[in-house]
Design a protein around this ligand. Sequence first.
Ligand code: FES
Length: 125
Amino acid sequence: MRLSLALGALMNAFSRGCVVRRVSGVSQAPAQSVIAAKHPFQVDLSANKLYPWCACGYSKKQPFCDGSHKKAAPGLSPLRFTVEEPKTVWLCGCKQSKNPPYCDGTHKEELVQKAELHTCPESTT
Ligand code: FES
């Protein structure tokens, strides 16, 4: 029964778009991404350059990583990506996109719009 409850909570977190990963150690809580912004960031990207998209939501240099995950969310790491040609893209700021690092419109959903900034949507209920 306990296992099914824990599994249910974990599946609920995934279905809400929260990034949940186990970290080493028994007493440490799983790290979760938080909403950095309720909108995407328009960014001009260069070809073949490695970009670290902030996956935790704690970076002060959104939408890119500034290393904040090391203290704020040690179980998370940035999503590193490149593009093959120069282009302008919209990178996710809410950290709930199902197509990271790109915005997929999830930020428009009530779950994100009604949540507090710097929280995971599941923790606002
Ligand atoms: S900003 Fe996250 S889905 Fe649009």
